[in-house]
Structures are given as structure tokens and as C-alpha cells.
Design a protein around this ligand. Structure first.
Ligand code: NDP
Ligand code: MG
Length: 408
């Protein structure tokens, strides 16, 4: 069990070689007396993973394929690390008895099964992989509750909302849940997710047809992986976050609003019945929410500079334009439809974004693909996880077909 004591916390970091993983290790390295790394995972960046193993000396390192495992073993011949391969190995290191906390920072649908394994093993789950909640929110939240896991959001908006909620408690701990009737906590009226608006917020709308992957991934405030950077440009990222908030905080779609705040200083807000709005502010640096979740309920130095508001300048807000950002509207639509619709939208988005990054699809082609896939497949059933995986596969197949057709 995790507790209030200062004993060392043992970590598994899934997706250690990615942006979130690297930031997590940066915070961990600042507090060697608090955190110990038990397992790390990566996929393509074998060199970086080897370096991380040398530095943090985990017991296990996991990659997906045997040939990569061999490449990693060759680089770590003189280091005492057991190298494992395969998707099942990810689930294994997510549920080791000696592990307290699992950082779930794999990108995309591939992150679902290991995050679920961590929840089923009753871990503290530090959830960055928002796709887990978008695809399988109900099943994941049930697993968290049924197995006494503790869920702490890493996504900066949700971490901010969590901090602004009454008596911030882990999003799902059995005890708090038993006393609540479900829904937002008493006195909370609305969640306000902030969005930067990304690189295309003010670009003339008629020029978006020619937007390139390089322009889309050049985010004004955040340094992130390529997929989520494109999602920020289309605002699908905010759409996925609306769905994520629905599950994390048990909110209805109409209780979640999005406001554009280009400076990315306020990371989200919670509105109360008495008119109070609580906000969390910090530099746009993922180490702040990561450190918050790693040390929760304590606070530790994240290595982030102090916020100097007098030098931050003006903070502005505007309503999102759904004509410019149709993906945000599609996400609300998928959420209202429910069932497999969010999983369908997520899968189609992964395919469309990959095609766009690969210069096989235009920027407006992303939203066009998603709209058609959602239109055709939103009625798929979602009785269990197998149904969701099937819906995911079907949506990918259709999205790929549409991408080829749109391109031709
Ligand atoms: P990155 O692309 O930077 O990193 C992804 C990580 O997952 C890497 O370690 C990568 O390994 C690994 N990986 C990729 N594909 C697979 C696969 N099929 N199986 C197993 N591992 C895989 O992404 P980010 O760190 O930016 O994002 C990670 C997650 O966190 C995403 O779900 C994202 O939405 C979420 N998130 C990210 C934020 C950010 O600021 N970056 C903010 C909020 C949420 P390798 O690189 O070695 O190939
Ligand atoms: Mg976010």
C-alpha cells in the first residue's frame, strides 16, 4: 500500500524513452531517496533505453520484439538488468509485487493493456496515456475501483482539475467512492479545460489545407511527442481530454467546457456553485504534474522555475471555434453517443494522424476521415474489452481505406 510515510517508492515507467518518460526520470533523479526504478520500457529508441538503464539500474527493461531485446542486451552486457520482450512483459512489469507506482506513458492504444494490468494489480497508476480512458473509460475505472488501485492524472489539465477539486483525493480510492453517489462532488458545477489552441489558432483558416506536419508539430508552448502535437494542432487532443475528464471525474459531457488560453499558464479550472473558480497555474512543463503525482500527497521539487507572474504578462481567454477545430466537436459527439464511439474515434484518429505525419493525408483530411469513420461505425457495441478492441480494429481498417481514397 502507498501511504504517507517517506519510504522509498518503487516505480515502473512504461514508455520511459518518450517525452513523459524522460521528464519522469528527470524528477526521479532529483529525489533518489524517495524513488527507485524497478522497470523501464521503450520501443524504438534502444540507445536511449540502454542509457537510462545504465543511469537508473532498474531490475527489468522491456521492449516489444526479440530482436530489439537482443540489441538492448548487447548494449547492457556489463549491467545487471533483465531484458524482457513482448506485450505480455509490459503487463508483467506493470503488476510486479515489489512495484508501488506505475507511470503509464506509452503512446496510443498500445498503452491500454499494461495500464489495465497495473490497475488490476491495485497499483498507484500515474496515467499519462489518455487513450486508455478514451477507449475503455468505463472498464478501466471499474478495474481501478474493484482492485483498490489509486489513479492519479498526469495530463496537465486533469492534474490541474484534480488539484482544484474539493479536498483533492485520488480520483478513485475505494473509501471516497463509497461515500459519494457518483457524479461531480457536491458543490462543483463545471470543469473548465484550458487549451492553448496550438500552432493553428490564429492562422488564416483558408491556408490550413496546405498545413504541413512540420508546422503542425511546432507547438508554441509545449514540447511533446509527434502524435500528441498533431492532436494539439487539430484540437483532437482537447477532445480526447474532454472524454478523459468524463471518466476521471464522473462528469457529464455538458459539465465539461473548453476555453482557449494561449499562454498555457492556467492548466484548467473547477467552477463551484457559489461562483468561485479555482485554477492551477504553473509553467507549461510536464515535470510539475509528474512530480505532483509521483509524490502525492506530498510535494517535491520538480526542477521547474518559479512562476514570476509580473513577468508572465497578460493571460487571455477565448471560446474555441468549432468551424476551425471540427475534431473537438466530433469528440463531444462521440462522448454523447457513448459505447464504442470514443474508441472508434480514437483509433481512426491514430491512423489519420500517422498518415498526415507520413505526408499521405492533408491536414483537413484528418477531420474529414474522422467524421466519416464516426458516421459509419459509431453504433458498434461495447459490451466488453474484446468488443472495444474489435471496434478499434474496424475503425483503423476503415480509416486506412478512406485515407487511400481521399489521397487518390
Ligand atoms: P512519445 O511518443 O514521446 O513517447 C511514447 C513512448 O511509448 C516511448 O517510450 C515509445 O518508445 C513508447 N511506445 C511507442 N509505441 C509503443 C508501442 N506500440 N508499444 C510499447 N511502447 C510504445 O509520447 P509522449 O511521451 O508525448 O506521450 C505519452 C502518452 O502521454 C500519450 O498517451 C500522450 O497522449 C500522453 N500525454 C503526453 C503529454 C506530453 O506533454 N508529452 C501530456 C499529456 C499526456 P520509443 O520512443 O522507444 O519508440
Ligand atoms: Mg493535456
Amino acid at each position: 500500500m502507498d501511504g504517507m510515510d517517506m519510504s522509498v517508492r518503487n516505480l515502473t515507467i512504461l514508455g520511459a524513452t518518450g517525452t513523459i518518460g524522460v521528464n519522469t526520470l528527470d524528477v526521479v533523479a532529483r529525489h533518489p531517496e524517495r524513488f527507485r526504478v524497478i522497470a523501464l520500457s521503450g520501443q524504438h529508441q534502444i540507445e536511449r533505453l540502454a542509457e537510462q538503464c545504465r543511469c537508473f539500474r532498474p531490475r527489468y527493461a522491456v521492449v516489444l520484439t526479440e530482436d530489439r531485446a537482443d540489441a538492448l542486451r548487447a548494449r547492457l552486457a556489463d549491467v545487471d538488468v533483465e531484458v524482457l520482450a513482448g506485450a505480455r512483459a509490459l503487463e508483467h512489469v506493470a503488476s510486479l509485487p515489489e512495484v508501488d507506482s506505475v507511470m503509464a506513458a506509452i503512446v496510443g492504444a498500445a498503452g491500454l493493456r499494461p495500464a489495465l494490468a497495473a490497475a488490476r494489480a491495485g497499483k498507484r497508476v500515474l496515467l499519462a496515456n489518455k487513450e486508455t480512458l478514451v477507449m475503455a473509460g468505463r472498464f478501466f475505472m471499474d478495474a481501478v475501483r474493484d482492485h483498490g488501485a489509486t489513479l492519479l492524472p498526469i495530463d496537465s489539465e486533469h492534474n490541474a482539475v484534480f488539484q482544484c477539486m474539493p479536498q483533492a483525493r485520488p480520483v478513485a480510492d475505494g473509501e471516497a467512492h463509497a461515500r459519494s453517489a457518483g457524479g461531480l462532488p457536491a458543490g462543483v458545477r463545471r470543469i473548465l479545460l484550458t487549451a492553448s489552441g496550438g500552432p493553428f489558432r490564429a492562422r488564416p483558416i483558408e491556408t490550413l489545407a496546405a498545413a504541413t506536419p512540420e508546422e503542425a508539430v511546432a507547438h508554441p508552448n509545449w514540447v511533446m511527442g509527434r502524435k500528441i502535437s498533431v492532436d494539439s494542432a487539430t484540437m483532437m487532443n482537447k477532445g480526447l481530454e474532454v472524454i478523459e475528464a468524463r471518466w476521471l471525474f464522473d462528469a457529464q459531457p455538458e459539465q465539461i467546457d473548453v476555453v482557449i488560453h494561449p499562454q498555457s499558464i492556467i492548466h484548467s479550472m473547477v467552477e463551484y456553485d457559489d461562483g468561485s473558480v479555482l485554477a492551477q497555474l504553473s509553467h507549461p512543463d510536464m515535470r510539475t504534474p509528474i512530480a505532483h503525482a509521483l509524490a502525492y500527497p506530498e510535494r517535491v521539487d520538480a526542477g521547474v522555475p518559479w512562476l514570476d507572474l509580473a513577468r508572465t504578462g497578460t493571460l487571455t481567454f477565448e471560446a474555441p471555434d468549432l468551424h476551425r477545430f471540427p475534431c473537438l466537436g466530433l469528440a463531444y459527439e462521440a462522448l454523447r453517443i457513448g459505447g464504442a464511439a470514443p474508441a472508434v474515434l480514437n483509433a481512426a484518429n491514430e491512423e489519420a494522424v500517422a498518415a498526415f505525419l507520413d505526408h499521405r493525408l492533408s491536414y483537413p483530411g484528418i477531420a474529414a476521415t474522422l467524421e466519416r469513420v464516426l458516421d459509419r461505425l459509431s453504433g458498434l457495441v461495447a459490451e466488453d474489452l474484446d468488443d472495444l478492441h474489435a471496434a478499434d480494429a474496424e475503425a483503423r481498417r476503415l480509416a486506412r481505406e478512406l485515407v487511400t481514397r481521399i489521397a487518390a
